[in-house]
Design a protein around this ligand. Structure first.
Ligand code: GLC
Length: 429
């Protein structure tokens, strides 16, 4: 397919996955509105329909809970082809049936981008309407995912990280007692090859965490206090730190003085808190299990998001460049979700090795902003080649480039349109 054919295909995937204002990640495997998927999807829509891009994010925020959380899945209609559905979650926190935890908060960053890209200035009104909701969501993260004020954000479930099956969760997950789950039937393994999906022992524990949170009615303070899984995640921490910088820029433009000063405090706290995640042996930021007090021992693709978060001191920069080059010498395509030199690396099992286009996009932005345009461009070119050969797949093998997981994926299409496509790169040049 030529590049312009791929541009057309990417648009048609977004249009086909559109459910009337919100977009499913892919039909079949993921039939609902997912949080960070929708936000990346907005970037794709923005390349040809600004109004529709805003709509995507506005519909996501319609599901915001009374306590400020924006859930990871909104179950706008029941679909028996997905498990675990609304009855298993048993939540009651917001206006739309939903899951019980959140997902990486990329919204403030993308909203800022939509505002920056709009020369008419009309977008600022839409941003103004979303601003208080963003503030509430960010306050929720700080109150309930950093109750000890460490300056890092924890996840209460591997799914909250958006990087569901990452080796970093293994030890913390093993410590979760399997309880209150009863018999259940997974649906994911009927849509894609079970060899690429999490194993049953993991799934039992995913459901046990949900049962423990249901037992405290998903009360966020109680969840933070008692949840058997509570792991500070470099991915969500860096995405949140970055999002706060973008939220600050919005606050300044909107003249929200008090909020701007509140956000500056968050940024300062997180810049220093991020040091908690630094693994001196590995020379990279890793996950930190707040229940056991242990740092993990592997480098995930999120370590590279330090730059995207604006952490660009010499040590971090030099270490990440060295890791980047080492990993590039091991695999054909970048950036594998887990270090190919680690024993837990598996090129095709979800989040234990495969490449995601939107992660590449964020890592590349960080490198570009830090002045390393060479590595940023390498990521863009790799992402484009993966899509050219593997199609708009959910994820890709770093070794063969094969597309895997679900097909006709929304965020892969959106990242193609907004960043990876040579057409876009030429226009931006
Ligand atoms: C998987 C991914 C998660 C994503 C969802 C829908 O669960 O791990 O990040 O949001 O699929 O694409």
């Amino acid at each position: 397919m030529s590049n312009s054919d791929l541009d057309q295909k990417a648009k048609s995937i977004l249009i086909e996955n559109d459910q009337g204002g919100y977009t499913v990640p892919t039909k079949g495997l993921y039939p609902y509105q997912w949080n960070w998927d929708s936000v990346f999807v907005a970037l794709g829509f923005a390349t040809f329909d600004q109004d529709r891009a805003w709509r995507e994010i506005e519909m996501l925020f319609q599901g915001q809970w009374r306590d400020g959380m924006v859930p990871h899945i909104l179950f706008r209609k029941d679909d028996p082809s997905y498990f675990p559905g609304p009855s298993v979650w048993g939540t009651d926190g917001g206006p739309i049936p939903s899951s019980g935890h959140s997902q990486p908060p990329v919204a403030a960053t993308v909203i800022r981008e939509l505002v920056d890209a709009d020369v008419t200035g009309q977008s600022l009104d839409r941003a103004a309407a979303l601003f208080p909701k963003l503030m509430q969501w960010h306050r929720w993260f700080l109150a309930y995912r950093d109750p000890q004020d460490l300056g890092v954000i924890a996840v209460i479930h591997p799914w909250e990280s958006g990087r569901d099956n990452l080796p970093d969760w293994d030890d913390a997950l093993r410590a979760v007692e399997i309880a209150d789950i009863g018999p259940y039937e997974r649906k994911d393994t009927s849509h894609v090859d079970p060899a690429m999906r999490p194993q049953k022992a993991d799934y039992d524990r995913y459901l046990s965490i949900m049962a423990a949170c249901r037992a405290v009615q998903w009360d966020p303070a109680e969840v933070a206090r008692t949840c058997p899984f509570f792991v500070a995640d470099p991915g969500i921490t860096f995405i949140f730190l970055r999002a706060n910088r973008d939220l600050l820029s919005l606050a300044e433009r909107l003249g929200r003085v008090a909020e701007a000063s509140e956000i500056r405090g968050w940024i300062a706290k997180m810049e220093s808190g991020a040091k908690t995640l630094w693994n001196e042996d590995l020379k990279a930021h890793v996950a930190f299990d707040e229940r056991s007090g242990k740092l993990t021992d592997g480098i995930s693709s999120a370590a590279f998001l330090a730059l995207y978060a604006g952490i660009r001191d010499e040590t971090t920069m030099a270490s990440l460049q060295a890791h980047f080059d080492r990993i590039a010498s091991k695999v054909r395509f970048l950036m594998p979700s887990y270090d190919p030199d680690h024993a837990s690396y598996e090129p095709l099992r979800y989040w234990r090795g495969p490449i995601w286009a939107m992660i590449n996009y964020m890592i590349a932005r960080g490198f570009a902003e830090a002045g390393d345009t060479m590595r940023a461009e390498r990521l863009r070119v790799d992402t484009a080649s993966l899509i050219e050969t593997g199609g708009f797949a959910e994820y890709f093998s770093p070794e063969t480039g094969a597309g895997a997981g679900g097909g006709t994926f929304s965020w892969t299409s959106a990242i193609w349109l907004s960043w990876a496509s040579p057409t876009h790169a030429e226009q931006a040049a």
